[in-house]
Design a protein around this ligand. Structure first.
Ligand code: IMP
Ligand code: MG
Length: 174
């Protein structure tokens, strides 16, 4: 059973708030947005529409989850970006920070390529579940425990197309 927790309007408001915070921090400098596939494809596409800086978008795929709901603890880079990051401002765009393992691996990897700066923009932050020290610089919503889907976020590859965000609840059994 799915229970809606974040509406279309709440998402749109958060996206605009994050975009204007980003614009404020970067002046007119160029930003390379690194979209972490697949979960942040929708969030990234909405976010960049509201950032008026010179902008590039690239895509990376890291996997720590498989198709289950618990982190495997190891992070595999399945697809790297194509942009050269030397001297660039990089913002990694992630759907959810959970244990933090994925973002730590990705951030460390991109930081080694000589960028001017690397920051993290995450739509959702499950702060209580962190296993490594990592913070989002721009965060949409903080969540308690619970498994969510929609707005790009999947459960076993499904539900990514839902325009709003839902928590997956066990069916009540009587
Ligand atoms: P981390 O490496 O444990 O921080 O895992 C982050 C990744 O796990 C996210 O990018 C999501 O792909 C996935 N994830 C974490 N929580 C959820 C959830 O509630 N629903 C769907 N995917 C999730
Ligand atoms: Mg993900």
């Amino acid at each position: 059973m799915l229970r809606r927790i974040i509406s279309r309007k709440d998402i749109a408001d958060a996206v605009r708030r994050l975009a204007s915070a980003i614009e404020k921090d970067y002046g007119n400098e160029r930003i390379i947005f690194v979209c972490l596939l697949k979960g942040s494809f929708m969030f990234t596409s909405d976010l960049v529409r509201y950032v008026h800086n010179p902008t590039r978008v690239d895509f990376m795929r890291a996997s720590s989850y498989g198709t289950g709901t618990e982190s495997k603890g190891t992070v595999e880079i399945k697809k790297d970006i194509e942009e050269v990051l030397e001297g660039e401002n990089v913002i990694i765009v992630e759907d959810i920070i959970d244990s933090g393992l994925t973002l730590k691996r990705v951030r460390d990897m991109l930081s080694e390529r000589g960028p001017k700066s690397v920051r993290i923009c995450a739509l959702l932050d499950k702060r209580g579940r962190r296993q490594v020290e990592i913070e989002g610089d721009y965060v949409g919503f903080t969540l308690d425990d619970g498994f969510v889907v929609g707005y790009g976020i999947d459960y076993a590859e499904e539900y990514r197309n839902l325009p709003e965000i839902y928590v997956v609840e066990e069916k009540a059994t009587f």
